[in-house]
Write a protein that binds this ligand. Structure first.
Ligand code: UD1
Length: 456
């Protein structure tokens, strides 16, 4: 029997054993976009009719969102990658702390619940610890549409108190290009009276995906994908069937995995225009990229050259690929500079890459990386979703075996990652230990490490 303390400390958690010096080959299938799927699920709250969403990835974040919607009274039927949601009779407009705290995207429910019920109570959200991640833009957007909002004891309470039980269309100018705030205001405005204009809107493809589904439900949205979105409110939205767009972050992760292992790899389906910033940087590094319809083939040519990146909102280089790209730069020829501009605490992978022998100097949110020939396998711990992907990528190219812990982050956002990578030539094993590290040590079992000649 494991002690509660051991489980709490994550000591008995599963881990990955990743074989290094790996070569990838063949073709890899890209899943539906997590960030689209989550907001599309929340948008089902806007109608009494059935919403069918196809190409939903199987991820723990999706499980949490399902549980959250169930708790609000949505009936859900999920079979592999298809989910049917029906929010005919909502039983509450208060969402439970434990689920909201587990997933920042749960905050997406505030706009739809408010527009549909006229009131909502939702705890402040959780999610990856990559910065302060405030919600002020969501709140001021809803206030501009006429909501009264009180934040007390960590709970946000929003109400429509204009006597008409309807939000009112308005002009909203975001101070920062927030993806989540754009989505919150967009969803709320679909059922408002009159026209809403969102200026300085975020332009990420997931926002276009959301607008496409909402328009298919009867909404009147124009300009999603640009920085100015116009929404003419309608009185009611209908059911619809929608296919989630391919996950550009998963695709970018695998492109970088191919580059770091100097392997030729094909990916599909993808929407190449969603990956332009990443493709351009990979070309600059010396990779050949061939695009045919929904397929991308990458062929690294010779050594990878060091290039600088600065993250920024779409269409800039995505913050979600900054950590994987840093792993690539750790083995590039020359010195590169990576600057994180979207989140203030997204450099947790630096310490782990240094453990693998990476030569990285961190100054605030800028990392200077001197490429070395090969990283060394090590025992690693992921602190957030995208750094867990960076560690896998780094481990695939490293000398020896790596152990990666913190899989609760990885499983939030990469569907069956080890199965997919093993199909294209990797050697990754998920281990589910039944004794804690402390117990292993007490029993004289040597923990696996790359410095252990038995497994090197
Ligand atoms: C979404 C994505 C996440 C991605 C991020 C940026 C989902 C589920 N997650 O997160 O994977 O890394 O976009 O592309 O779609 N901000 C404020 N006030 C607000 C809201 C945001 O100051 O009210 C700031 C944040 O602190 C951050 C920046 O704006 O510095 C961007 O955040 P935002 O675009 O809102 O990210 P998320 O929607 O949380």
């Amino acid at each position: 029997m494991h002690s509660v303390a051991a489980i709490k400390d994550n000591i008995i958690a599963p881990y990955l054993e990743v074989g290094g010096s790996c070569r990838l080959y063949g073709e890899i299938k890209i899943s539906g976009a997590k960030n689209s799927a989550l907001v599309l699920m929340a948008a089902s709250l806007l109608t009494e009719d059935k919403i069918v969403i196809k190409n939903i990835p199987q991820l723990t974040d999706i499980d949490v969102m399902s549980d959250l919607l169930l708790s609000a009274g949505v009936s859900i039927n999920r079979k592999s990658n298809v989910i049917e949601l029906c929010a005919k009779s909502l039983k509450t407009s208060e969402l439970p702390y434990n689920l909201v705290h587990a997933l920042r995207a749960s905050f997406f429910c505030i706009g739809p619940l408010l527009a549909r019920n006229g009131k909502v109570k939702i705890p402040l959200p959780g999610g990856c610890r990559i910065g302060a991640r405030p919600i002020d833009e969501h709140i001021s957007g809803l206030q501009a549409l006429g909501a009264k909002v009180i934040i007390e004891d960590g709970v946000v309470e929003a109400k429509i108190s204009n006597g008409r039980n309807k939000l009112l269309g308005s002009q909203v100018k975001l101070n920062c290009k927030s993806v989540g705030a754009t989505e919150t205001i967009l969803m709320a405005a679909t059922l408002a009276e009159g026209e809403t204009i969102i200026e300085n809107a975020a332009q990420e493809p997931e926002i276009q995906d959301l607008a496409n589904m909402l328009n298919a439900m009867g909404a009147q949205i124009n300009g999603a994908g640009s920085s100015k979105i116009r929404i003419k409110g309608v009185s009611k939205l209908n059911g619809s069937t929608h296919n989630v767009i391919p996950d550009r972050i998963e695709a970018g992760t695998f492109l970088i995995a191919a580059a770091i292992t100097r392997s030729e790899l094909s990916l599909s389906p993808v929407i190449p225009s969603h990956l332009e910033a990443v493709i351009n940087k990979l070309k600059e590094c010396g990779c050949e990229i061939e695009i045919k319809g929904e397929k991308i083939k990458i062929t690294p040519k010779g050594s990878i050259k060091a290039v600088d990146i600065t993250t920024s909102p779409f269409p800039g280089f995505p913050t979600d690929l900054q950590a994987p790209f840093m792993a690539l730069m750790a083995t590039a020829k020359g010195t590169s500079k990576i600057t994180e501009k979207v989140f203030e605490n997204r450099m947790q992978h630096v310490g782990e890459l240094k453990r693998m022998g990476g030569s990285i100097q961190l100054n605030g949110n800028t990392a200077i990386i001197k490429g070395i020939t090969q990283l060394s396998g090590s025992s690693l711990s992921a602190g957030d979703l995208r750094s867990s992907a960076a560690m896998i990528i780094a481990s695939l190219s490293a000398k020896g075996i790596s152990i990666i812990r913190g899989l609760e982050h990885l499983d939030r956002g990469y569907e069956k990652i080890e199965t997919k990578l093993n199909q294209i030539g990797c050697n990754i094993i998920r281990k589910e230990p039944n004794i804690s590290v402390r117990e292993e040590v007490q029993q004289g079992i040597e923990p696996i490490s790359c410095h252990n000649p038995k497994v090197a």
